[in-house]
Design a protein around this ligand. Structure first.
Ligand SMILES: [Zn+2]
Length: 407
């Protein structure tokens, strides 16, 4: 339910946004001067903006405006101005919609005694998860950030990213210049908190492809290499696919994006095979047409959706080659719906690809496969056997007719 007061507030914000976007303003900035502008981020709790507004004539009113750099809606807050021009505003970031490690832009608008409104230059700052003592190491365009584990852990993470990019280069163009930032949390609950704070549902790892940010949860230890080489290539694939597809990324079905990303995991998950076998036996596989928009939210079905997608996309790649996968992403990028995108790219609708995958990978419905493989022969048999039979019946009937006539 949308709270009506919130709705009014939103409408006001949107109206204000139109007149207040910094790039569209032509007001002389000379009317006000902003000094000592600072932002204090207490990640997931508060964002405190402070500054001193200077003007040659008295100030009537000051507003603080801010938004995520990629957002279209701007938040507008009227702020109290102290005698010396100091302003301060604390935003409740626990209601957060700002993604972690995104950038926020803010500026001020002041109405002065001349009744004119003046706008300050925009200032951008990072909204980083600063709850942890991040360390970092960079190779090429990839920077790894971590807070648990030694130098070797950071180096191993960079290696995993490098191996992943080498592997994915076979099927998608890999950007080696645009920066990617990989943040490695040491446990799932730290990562989970971050994602929930960012308004995202929980998943094992997370990529914000538009920001070029990857978040994973991996503890240093004996299984670190395997975990790094599974999670990092998966999430990096999302970033690289986004960079190669641009605005067409969002029109890809979830099963295709997750299938390609899961296929790039350098350590195949043995539990995926088990999950597939069980679901196949219990007849609880999810139709790929139901995995187009999003994945199930409950952990069990989400897990199955990943297992299915990885197997299905691998099957498509084996059957139609890397070029077939490319045709599929262009087809969906061109706006074809889920079922028909596959027909357009591969000559087979999604639901039929789904059955063929169930048959050839999971061994389901063997009779169906046999019947289809035999269908040309069956048609031939019909022609060979049935047509002469019809002919024979026809001859018999005509004979009988003639016999009747002769009576
Ligand atoms: Zn994914």
């Amino acid at each position: 339910m949308l709270n009506p007061r919130k709705l009014v507030f939103r409408v006001v914000m949107i109206l204000l946004m139109v007149v207040s976007t910094p790039s569209s303003t032509s007001h002389a900035q000379g009317g006000i001067e902003v000094e000592n502008a600072t932002v204090a981020v207490d990640f997931g709790k508060t964002i405190t903006f402070t500054a001193k507004i200077k003007s040659p004539i008295p100030i009537k009113q000051v507003s603080l405006l801010f938004r995520g750099v990629d957002e279209t809606v701007t938040r507008v807050e009227t702020v109290q101005v102290a005698e010396d021009g100091s302003v301060s505003f604390t935003y409740d970031a626990s209601l957060n919609v700002f993604p972690p490690f995104s950038s926020i832009v803010f500026w001020f608008q002041a109405t002065l005694a001349d009744d004119k409104t003046y706008t300050s230059a925009p200032i951008t700052f990072p909204y980083n998860d600063n709850r942890f003592p991040w360390r970092e190491t960079t190779r090429g365009n990839v920077t790894v950030h971590w807070y648990a584990g030694d130098d070797a852990f950071g180096a191993a993470a960079l290696d995993a990213a490098g191996k992943g990019m080498l592997a994915m280069n076979e099927i998608i163009p890999v950007s080696l210049t645009e920066p990617v930032n990989i943040y490695i949390y040491s446990n799932i609950s730290d990562l989970q908190n971050t994602l929930m704070l960012g308004g995202e549902k929980w998943v094992g790892g997370h990529a914000n492809p538009a920001l070029g940010v990857v978040l994973v949860a991996i503890a240093p230890g004996s299984s670190q290499a395997m975990e790094l080489e599974t999670a990092i290539p998966h999430e990096l694939t999302h970033v690289m696919m986004y960079r190669s597809l641009g605005s067409k990324y969002d029109s890809q079905p979830a099963w295709l994006l997750e299938g390609v990303a899961s296929m790039m995991e350098l350590y195949p998950n043995p539990d995926y095979k088990r999950a597939l076998d069980i679901a196949s036996k219990n007849d609880s596989l999810i139709a790929f047409n139901d995995l187009c928009v999003s994945f199930p939210t409950d952990a069990g079905n989400a897990y199955l959706a990943y297992a299915q997608s990885q197997s299905f996309v691998s099957y498509i790649r084996e059957t139609y080659g890397t070029s077939g996968l490319g045709r599929l992403t262009s087809s969906y990028g061109d706006g074809f719906p889920c079922e028909l995108g596959a027909t357009n790219a591969l000559g087979t609708p999604l639901s039929q690809l789904d059955s063929r995958w169930r048959e050839s990978v999971l061994g389901q419905n063997i009779a169906g496969v046999a019947a289809r493989n035999l269908s040309p022969f069956i048609l031939l048999m019909i022609l060979v056997l049935v047509v002469p039979i019809w002919g024979a019946i026809d001859i018999l009937l005509q004979r009988r007719k003639r016999a009747n006539h002769s009576k």
